[in-house]
Design a protein around this ligand. Structure first.
Ligand code: HEC
Length: 112
């Protein structure tokens, strides 16, 4: 194999690998950005100050993701506020949001 061909094959393999890997990794920083709109109710650190609004800090990732999908679908969960919040979220937004809220320390949610 010539050096040029070797380089072409290596570069192609690298392109495939780097295109596939990030698609599976939830992005906490992107989740934090997307969560700005949620913080008015759920609190900046995931500790709600509003009666009737649950804490999200440290909450199980799969639980948060499936809750958001249920609000978006409007079948198992029909809360009007959260339905409105979940409607515009993509699956990637939901994965990132779930990773972000899960990453916050649940200790911050200890009730006063
Ligand atoms: C206007 C206030 C408000 C905003 C903004 C808001 N939420 Fe909520 N959220 C609520 C209320 C109220 C509930 C409880 C709804 C219920 O009883 O099902 C809730 C419930 C949830 C739950 C379910 C928690 C559990 O323990 O079952 C999740 C997850 C959630 N919200 C995520 C989010 C995310 C992510 C955003 C931002 C995209 C957001 N919320 C924005 C008020 C809000």
């Amino acid at each position: 194999m010539t050096l040029t061909k070797w380089w072409a094959v290596t570069a192609a393999a690298f392109t495939i690998t780097s295109a596939v890997v990030p698609a599976y990794a939830a992005d906490i920083a992107a989740g934090r950005k997307r969560a700005e709109v949620c913080m008015a109710c759920h609190g900046e650190q995931g500790k709600s100050q509003i009666p009737g609004v649950p804490n999200l800090a440290g909450q199980d990732r799969d639980y948060v993701a499936s809750a958001l999908k249920a609000y978006r679908a409007g079948t198992e969960r029909t809360n009007p506020t959260m339905a409105e919040m979940a409607k515009p979220l993509s699956d990637a937004d939901i994965d990132n949001l779930a990773a972000f809220w899960n990453s916050l320390s649940p200790a911050a949610t200890a009730q006063k």
